[in-house]
Design a protein around this ligand. Structure first.
Ligand SMILES: *[C@@H]1O[C@H](CO)[C@@H](O)[C@H](O)[C@H]1NC(C)=O
Ligand SMILES: *[C@@H]1O[C@H](CO)[C@@H](O)[C@H](O)[C@H]1NC(C)=O
Length: 335
């Protein structure tokens, strides 16, 4: 059976381009997500990233791997892509069929999800390393090592059986190895050239402050937003002078639709201690020019907003009054 063979097309090359002078690693990471609802319904979607940038998507209802970047084809010819796409189509069909056979054979219950993560990275010295891992219902169960499917030590007995069966299919194992160790690195080498300028170009963050939901009486939640930066590594901290505030809580760095990142760091303080605090942001795009934002200067506090609203209403009523008077005068003129 053509089991899990082709899983990884999606490879994950990553590079550290020695000759190119690239300082960071850019693995190619491919993710396959397969949902099996019952014995007759399933879908398989794919996504792939080079470093932090998503370069491909492959929808279950499509025969084509979609390029998300102008440089996604790398140095592969149209013919090479055609061939690769064909391999993946065959893979998707045989994967679905094999899984359904396994389920019948091993008495696994529907519904379930299978995720696969695979890819490679080109290392300094022009070597490469690759990986392929499979998860069932969100838990890692199998990895591909050397040329064999290896069950994770704590996976259930049916996984061991499935691996034994899959390992009998030498053709598939050789194809997976070829995709991981040959196709993937050569795709990545090309992508590192075609995508170089976007991969290497840092994008500066914007930062602003706001107050979050009040944590309790007499307290403030100071929120520092850092948005729109690339690459992902960023440092942000609440400070008093040069003193880092240990109560600073850092959120997850979240992806945004345009490929940049967003982070928020918060600090829960007594309201009377908020003055003089600042949020400091460091990022490779900023060189040594950190962004420093002081609490109480610039961001809209509730008091400030109330003041603005009052001022706005005052202005409105003055304008209204002036307008009425003028109208009355005009009517008086007519009459
Ligand atoms: C299988 O699952 C799909 C999607 O949830 C559903 O629409 C379909 O009716 C199910 N078929 C059977 C035979 O249960
Ligand atoms: C790196 O290795 C690949 C495959 O072994 C080869 O085709 C390529 O020419 C090498 N590149 C450099 C810069 O040595």
């Amino acid at each position: 059976m053509g089991c899990l063979l082709f899983l990884l097309l999606w490879g994950l090359p990553q590079i550290r381009g020695s000759s190119e002078g690239l300082q960071r690693h850019f693995p190619l990471r491919c993710l396959q997500i397969s949902s099996f609802a019952n014995s007759s319904w399933s879908r398989t979607d794919g996504l792939a990233w080079l470093g932090e940038l998503q370069a491909y998507t492959w929808r279950s209802d499509s025969d084509t791997i979609r390029f998300l970047k102008p440089w996604s084809q790398g140095r592969f010819s149209d013919q090479q892509w055609e061939n690769l796409q064909h391999i993946f189509l065959v893979y998707r069909i045989s994967f679905t069929r094999d899984i359904q056979e396994f389920v019948t054979m091993l008495h696994v219950d529907y519904p379930f999800d299978i995720q696969m993560s695979g890819g490679c990275e080109v290392l300094p010295g022009n070597t490469s390393k690759s990986f392929l891992d499979i998860a069932f219902q969100g838990t890692a169960i199998v990895s591909f090592q050397g040329t064999f499917w290896v069950p994770n030590p704590d996976s259930p007995p049916w996984v061991q059986t499935a691996c034994k069966v899959a390992n009998q299919d030498q053709g598939t194992r050789e194809t997976v190895r070829w995709l991981l160790d040959s196709v993937c690195p050569s795709l990545v080498r090309g992508l590192l050239e075609t995508g170089k300028s976007e991969l290497e170009k840092p994008v500066q963050p914007e930062a602003w402050l706001s107050s979050g939901p009040t944590p309790g009486p007499g307290r403030l939640l100071l929120v520092c937003h850092v948005s729109g930066f690339y690459p992902n590594p960023v440092w942000a901290m609440w400070m008093r002078g040069e003193q880092e505030q240990p109560g600073t809580r850092r959120g997850d760095v979240l992806p945004q639709a345009d490929g940049t990142w967003y982070l928020r760091v918060t600090l829960d303080v007594a309201a009377r201690e908020a003055a003089g605090l600042s949020c400091r942001v460091r990022h490779s795009s900023l060189g040594d020019q950190d962004i420093v934002l002081y609490w109480g200067r610039g961001q809209a506090s509730p008091g400030l907003i109330a003041g603005l609203v009052v001022a706005f209403l005052l202005i409105l009523s003055c304008v209204g009054l002036a307008f009425c008077c003028q109208r009355r005068r005009r009517y008086q003129g007519i009459m």
